[in-house]
Design a protein around this ligand. Structure first.
Ligand SMILES: [Zn+2]
Length: 156
């Protein structure tokens, strides 16, 4: 893409994100806009499915040349999830992911790699568990999470 076209696209994305924050009731501060642009570089209409940790976002913020503490990044991400801009998904102990896809969906958590993977809602095994749970809890959002880990080696 041409430089001017790239710049125009970035400005369009920033303007759309600013509108989204305002619409959700969040003031588009410089910190919030920095984090929002890192998460949604193509704007809120063209969401790239991603699962980020606060540490990853903090690293990206630092690489972009902006000074922001990890605590501020955490606060911003938690606000975004409270206001429905992101979804917070728990991984392992003390590990949360921020999902750019806000609709409920299934996940596989790979504990060894500390990685979250999206699962198609049409995967029969996941669908069957979700259907059973939906019958038990009507009008609820049901998401299935499968955790994959290596067995702990115990010295004998
Ligand atoms: Zn996801």
């Amino acid at each position: 893409m041409e430089e001017t076209a790239k710049l125009a696209a970035a400005q369009t994305a920033a303007a759309a994100l600013k509108e989204l924050l305002k619409k959700r009731g969040l003031r588009p501060t410089r910190h919030r806009m920095t984090v929002a642009l890192l998460l949604f570089p193509n704007g809120p209409q063209n969401v790239i499915p991603r699962h980020c940790t606060a540490e990853e976002i903090h690293h990206a913020v630092q690489n972009s040349g902006t000074q922001m503490s990890l605590a501020t990044v955490y606060n911003t991400l938690n606000q975004f999830s409270q206001y429905g801009i992101l979804r917070k998904v728990s991984g392992g102990a003390n590990c949360s992911f921020y999902d750019t896809v806000t609709e409920p969906h299934h996940h596989i958590y790979h504990e060894t790699e500390n990685r979250l993977e999206d699962v198609s809602p049409h995967t029969p095994e996941f669908q069957s568990i979700a259907d059973t749970q939906r019958k038990l809890a009507p009008n609820s959002n049901v998401e299935v999470m499968v955790r994959v880990s290596r067995p702990t080696k115990i010295a004998s």
